[in-house]
Design a protein around this ligand. Structure first.
Ligand SMILES: [Zn+2]
Length: 246
């Protein structure tokens, strides 16, 4: 299903395909982690179950739903394409494997190589891919942060973003301060998150990909964003073609 939300944005629904099921289910029909192959799962942080009632954390690699959703999206992109990319990741994420890329740099908040998202200490057009998962909610001025991500991304490159549970509310709530009882987040994003991209960079294109974690059945959104519309069409084709072909 492909919905056009406006001139700049597209919404994709990334459905499960039979091929994908064959890949992730072994012959006992047991769910398997698409990151490490593990088949044992336990409760998540704070004894959390997935929204589907299933235990989300892989006992072997500690991955959660969002990591496996992300892995599913990257798995749709050709190895040879990923292998040519120079990448910056803001905050490490087990869903992404640094070995996929031509080069890989990671910034860890308040620790190794820490970069300020509102003023990233890197030249314009430095990377082919900038990855930013579960970081924007910690940034006081997220519009400035998105401008910075766009600035350091090369023409012909793209940005990949996730934020916590944007599907749980219609409209983003901004508290204006890092709210302690909300994991120190400045805001809780809503379904309007997609529109933020066109406000920050008119003319750029954003894709919202809904990926289903096959272990728990939980869905989540992965955002891809670029000013190169030809690249975005290519990314979209890589992501949806296995389903169309199936
Ligand atoms: Zn695992």
């Amino acid at each position: 299903m492909l919905l056009t939300l406006g001139p700049d944005t597209l919404l994709l629904y990334f459905a499960r395909s039979d091929d994908l099921n064959d890949m992730i289910l072994d012959n006992t029909n047991q769910a398997r982690c698409n990151i490490c192959g593990g088949t044992q799962f336990e409760l998540g942080p704070n004894d959390r179950k997935s929204g589907t009632g299933k235990p989300p954390r892989c006992k072997r690699c500690q991955s959660l739903e969002r990591h496996r959703q992300l892995r599913q999206v990257y798995a749709q992109l050709p190895d040879r394409y990923l292998a040519g990319l120079e990448v910056l990741q803001l905050s490490a994420d087990i869903g992404v494997d640094p070995a996929w890329f031509n080069s890989y740099e990671v910034s860890v908040f308040q620790r190794d190589n820490s970069l300020d998202l509102e003023a990233i200490d890197r030249a314009d057009a430095s990377y082919d891919l900038v990855i930013c998962n579960h970081v924007l909610e910690h940034v006081a001025n997220d519009r400035k942060g998105l401008q910075e991500l766009m600035r350091i991304t090369r023409p012909g490159g793209f940005i990949q973003i996730t934020v916590p549970t944007p599907y749980t509310r219609a409209v983003t709530v901004d508290w204006g301060y890092p709210r302690e009882e909300a994991h120190g987040h400045y805001r809780g994003y809503g379904k309007d998150f997609l529109q933020l991209f066109s406000q920050v960079e008119p003319g750029a294109m954003a894709l919202q990909v809904e990926a289903i974690d096959e272990v728990t059945g939980a869905g989540g959104y992965v955002y891809l964003w670029s000013s190169d519309t030809a690249l975005m069409r290519q990314l979209r084709a890589w992501i949806i073609n296995p389903i169309v072909a199936g």
